[in-house]
Design a protein around this ligand. Structure first.
Ligand code: RET
Length: 281
C-alpha cells in the first residue's frame, strides 16, 4: 500500500507531550552558596595568617591547605553568582489509567563547578593526608590519580542518560575509584603513619577516619539528589555546603593546629621542598 494511500490512517499518538519541568535552586540555595563563599574566604585568610610565623620548611601543609580553601572560594563564587551550572535533561514518562501516557522533559540544575573544585582540591586533601602518613611517592600518585578519575567519572554520571548503562556505569566506576582511595589510606596510609612512630599513628587514624566518614557521605548525597532526585536542588546545596565546610576549613584547622604542636608530623622531602629539585642553595 503506498504511503499516500487515502485509506491509510494517521497513527494515534500513544504519548502526549506536556510542559517541561525545571528543578532549580531558589533564594535559599543561592544564599547558602554565598555563605559558604564567605566561610572559604575567611578560612583562607586565617590559614595564611597561621603560616606567618612558621618557617618555610614547615609550611607545606599550610600552603596546600590554604590553596584548598582558595579554590573552594572561587568555585563557590562561581556557583553563587550563577556560573558553572548546567542542566541535566531527562524525559519522564507519566502513565495514566484511562488516557494515553504523557511525557514531559525534566531539566535539573547540575552545579558542575563543584566537580572542577573537587578535581583540584580533593587531590590536595589527599596530599595533606599522605604526606602526614609518610606514604611513598608511588602510592601518593595512585591515590591522586584514582581521585581525579573518581571526580571526573562522577561528573559524567551527573550528565549521563538514565535507563541506560551510561549513568549507573559511570557512577559504578567512580565508586570503584573511591574504593582505591579508601584502600590506599586504610592500608598503606595507616601502615606508614604507624611506622613514623610517636603520636602520628593516632593522629592519622583520627583525621583519616574523620575524612573517610565525611567523604563517604558525598556519593550517598549524590545518589539521593542527582541519582534519584529525592532531594531538591536547595537541599542538595545545603548538604554539600555542610560537608564542604567539614572537609575543608574544619579539616584544615585541625591539621594545621596539630602540626604546629606535634613535630613528628613534619614532612621530610629532602632538599626538594626547601632548596628545589636540583638540591642547590
Ligand atoms: C561522587 C559521585 C560518584 C561516586 C563517588 C563520588 C564521590 C565524591 C567524593 C567527593 C569528595 C569531595 C570533597 C570535597 C571537599 O570539599 C563524585 C559524588 C564516589 C568522595 C571532600
Amino acid at each position: 500500500v503506498p504511503l499516500s494511500s487515502p485509506t491509510s490512517v494517521a497513527p494515534v499518538p500513544t504519548v502526549v507531550p506536556s510542559l517541561p519541568e525545571y528543578q532549580d535552586a531558589t533564594d535559599t540555595g543561592e544564599r547558602t552558596l554565598w555563605v559558604v563563599f564567605v566561610v572559604m574566604v575567611v578560612a583562607s585568610i586565617v590559614f595564611t595568617g597561621l603560616s606567618w610565623n612558621v618557617p618555610v620548611s614547615k609550611r607545606l601543609y599550610h600552603i596546600i591547605t590554604t590553596l584548598i580553601t582558595i579554590i573552594a572560594a572561587l568555585s563557590y563564587f562561581a556557583m553563587a553568582s550563577g556560573h558553572g551550572i548546567g542542566y541535566h535533561h531527562v524525559v519522564i514518562r507519566d502513565s495514566h489509567k484511562h488516557v494515553p501516557d504523557t511525557e514531559h522533559d525534566l531539566y535539573r540544575q547540575v552545579y558542575w563547578a563543584r566537580y572542577v573544585d573537587w578535581t583540584l582540591t580533593t587531590p590536595l586533601l589527599l596530599l595533606d593526608l599522605t604526606l602526614l602518613a609518610g606514604v611513598n611517592g608511588g602510592n601518593i600518585l595512585i591515590t591522586i590519580i584514582a581521585d581525579i578519575v573518581m571526580v571526573l567519572t562522577g561528573l559524567f554520571a551527573a550528565f549521563g542518560t538514565e535507563g541506560t548503562p551510561q549513568k549507573w556505569g559511570w557512577y559504578a566506576i567512580a565508586c570503584i575509584a573511591y574504593l582505591v582511595i579508601v584502600w590506599q589510606l586504610v592500608y598503606h596510609g595507616r601502615a606508614a603513619a604507624v611506622a613514623k612512630g610517636g603520636k602520628v599513628g593516632n593522629f592519622f587514624a583520627a583525621i583519616g577516619g574523620f575524612t573517610l566518614i565525611i567523604w563517604t557521605i558525598y556519593p550517598i548525597i549524590w545518589g539521593i539528589a542527582d541519582g534519584s532526585r529525592h532531594m531538591n536542588v536547595d537541599e542538595e546545596i545545603i548538604a554539600y555546603a555542610v560537608l564542604d565546610i567539614l572537609a575543608k576549613p574544619i579539616f584544615g584547622a585541625w591539621l594545621l593546629f596539630t602540626h604546629v604542636s606535634m613535630p613528628e608530623t613534619n614532612v621530610d622531602l629532602g632538599g626538594f621542598w626547601s632548596h628545589g629539585i636540583t638540591g642547590e642553595g
